[in-house]
Design a protein around this ligand. Structure first.
Ligand code: MD3
Ligand code: FE
Length: 206
């Protein structure tokens, strides 16, 4: 379903087997070097979701080739199968493939107390849609507008296996995760907490 122009939600897009495979891959990526780390915000705060990056390392000032707010190691590569998953996701959501190849993945690990405040993702130089995949606990996802952090916004529940694609007029909309719904993960997955994988196209970077 399209919740706003260019914002398409495909619930239960990944079957349980694919969810397990993606979770296993995320657990490998989380290991050092350049593994899971805490993101420090410019104001001296810390993000409550921990993160691991593939392809390029995101930090609050942009992208880097090394884990600048982690151990400084070179960022892990973007696997071709994950880039292909992004291409398939956009094709399923929009009925046509994206123009560019996915080359960045950001994986966010949420526990029951993690949140993500309302923000826009504007560090990519490409206008390609962002692909979001959710695993584990459900969350309340807040999708707003492109002008401000405030209303109007829509609250949508994201569950394990859901796909969301954000492109076109929705690409620069404010969004956040006000709440994780603890204990809602499918038991077979063996995950406490929530994982979100976003696939992005970096575009021309210096
Ligand atoms: C709308 N992640 O990684 S997923 C992020 O669940 C991020 O971890 C949240 O916001 C999470 O930046 C929300 C949904 C999402 C992701 C990227 C977007 C919505 C988006 C980019 C542009 C517009
Ligand atoms: Fe975001």
């Amino acid at each position: 379903t399209e919740i706003a122009p260019g914002a398409v939600h495909l619930p239960d897009w990944l079957d349980r087997g694919r969810q397990r495979e993606l979770l296993a891959a995320c657990r490998e990526w989380a290991r050092p070097p350049a593994g899971l780390r805490t993101v420090h915000t410019p104001g001296g705060g810390t993000m409550t979701a921990r993160q691991v990056c593939l392809g390029l390392h995101w930090y609050p000032y942009g992208y880097a080739r090394t884990a600048v707010d982690g151990d400084g190691a070179p960022v892990k590569p973007m696997p071709p199968w994950l880039a292909e998953l992004g291409r398939t996701a956009v094709t399923d959501a929009y009925g046509r493939p994206p123009d560019e190849a996915y080359d960045i993945a950001l994986v966010n690990f949420y526990d029951g107390d993690s949140r993500m405040g309302m923000h826009r993702d504007s560090d990519e130089k490409s206008a390609a849609p962002v692909v979001s995949l959710s695993l584990g606990d459900s969350c309340l996802f807040r999708f707003g507008n492109s002008a401000s952090r405030g209303r109007p916004y829509q609250d949508v529940e994201l569950r394990s296996g859901d796909l969301f694609v954000f492109g076109g007029p929705s690409r620069l909309a404010y969004h956040g995760v006000p709440k994780v719904l603890s204990g809602t993960a499918p038991a077979e997955l063996g995950l406490t907490g929530r994982l979100n994988i976003t696939l992005r196209v970096g575009g021309l970077l210096p």
